[in-house]
Design a protein around this ligand. Sequence first.
Ligand SMILES: N[C@@H](CCC(=O)N[C@@H](CS)C(=O)NCC(=O)O)C(=O)O
Length: 208
Amino acid sequence: MKLYDYVLSGNCYKIRLFMAFLDLDYEKVGVDFYPGREHKSDSFLAINPLGQLPVLEDNGVVIRDAQAILVYLANRHDPSGQWWPQADHAQFAQVVQWLAFADSITGTSSAARLHDMLGYDLDIVAARAGAHRLFRILDSHLSQQEFEGHHWIAGPSPTIADIACFPYTALAGDGGIDTFYYPAIQRWIHRLTRLPRYHNMPGINVFA
Ligand SMILES: N[C@@H](CCC(=O)N[C@@H](CS)C(=O)NCC(=O)O)C(=O)O
């Protein structure tokens, strides 16, 4: 498998993290996202016409979108079904719901980070406000889960929904978004970083 990757991309990190959890071997193809903007080059647009990372290639199959790649990897490489549970229809729908939510986190928290770190010209006030709105929802969901004895977004075990929501929540500080006052989110980040085979990325603080 080949992952088109940029080390500071939280969406690429979702895939690197899941590959680590599944203990899979793969090849990383570095894309010069900044300052090279290689993701907008003709050769990369031929791979992903959206000009976005990540992209996974596996035996001629080309998949774009981090959430789609997580689904693909879970279906192919997690026979336990823990990461992409399908037996319980309600839980299955919950995972799908939070995968979509993760893309909204990208649209807000990641946008704020691109503004602050790479100088992207966008409405930073709207991006931060949008991220806070999502984090309030996530924090209240996680505290309700804890109340019911669950420590993860969609049930008793971590799923790809946790992986999808994790990077741009944990990296929110890079975009000037303080998640200190979301205590259930803080506990969830801590739990995730303690999972066996957890693999970090630059910018995420792992506390003992
Ligand atoms: N829905 C996509 C969003 C991917 C995305 O926004 N990737 C960023 C890098 S983290 C990117 O390539 N941005 C460039 C652009 O959108 O033009 C996913 O989840 O993979």
